[in-house]
Design a protein around this ligand. Structure first.
Ligand code: SF4
Ligand code: SF4
Length: 196
């Protein structure tokens, strides 16, 4: 069977993704622009713009690509085979990976979910309870919100938690968060900082 021609079936509808984008449009980690603290480090570390020296980008969640035409002039797209990367065994077919062409400038209302959640990450405890933690990802930049433990806005934390509760109803997304959470627990170098 040629799995690599298939597209993973997300149970999350386009309208649900739209509603999630709308909800997250209203919140941000700080009252002001946190990019002022770090010259937008998380946007400028990679991308496909001038001066970008890393092949870093963002994976879309399964089905999130339905919100895009793949002709956006600010994005460079690639479709990769899930089996070739460290995704859960339940994932097969295409996973979309995007890089920004003009970081840190992008249409704010179209930022992918991974941009909107940062610096929070979902974490499932051993008993399956959802927590939000500070992102433990090992990245080539310093986020002051993490390193200086700057308090995040309640509205941002609560909206992010609500969104993850919805997203985790999708079996593919739950498998991903479960896999990542297991890896976090196994890595003794990571200190889990629970925010909510
Ligand atoms: S999330 Fe962190 S790294 Fe990204 S712009 Fe805000 S402070 Fe900078
Ligand atoms: S999509 Fe926007 S917010 Fe996300 S990394 Fe690119 S420039 Fe930054």
């Amino acid at each position: 069977m040629r799995y690599n021609t298939l597209i993973m079936k997300s149970t999350i509808r386009r309208n649900t993704y739209r509603a999630i984008y709308r909800l997250l449009n209203k919140v941000s980690p700080l009252a002001g622009d946190c990019g002022q603290l770090c010259s937008s480090a998380c946007c400028n570390c990679g991308g496909d713009g001038e001066g970008a020296d890393f092949e870093m980008g963002i994976y879309l969640l399964p089905g999130e690509e339905k919100l895009f035409t793949q002709k956006e002039d600010w994005l460079k797209w690639s479709a990769e085979d899930a089996e070739d990367y460290e995704f859960p065994d339940s994932w097969f077919g295409k996973v979309y990976f995007i890089r920004c062409k003009t970081p840190p400038h992008c249409p704010r209302e179209m930022r992918p979910l991974q941009c909107r959640f940062y610096p929070l990450s979902p974490y499932l405890t051993e008993s399956g309870e959802l927590k939000l933690i500070l992102s433990p990802a090992d990245l080539p930049y310093r986020c002051p919100l993490i390193s200086d433990k700057i308090p995040l806005q309640d509205s941002f934390i609560k909206a992010t938690h609500t969104v993850w509760k919805h997203l985790l109803r999708d079996p593919l997304i739950r498998d991903l968060v479960e896999m990542d959470s297991r890896e976090i627990r196994k890595n003794k170098k990571i200190r889990i900082e629970i925010i909510f």
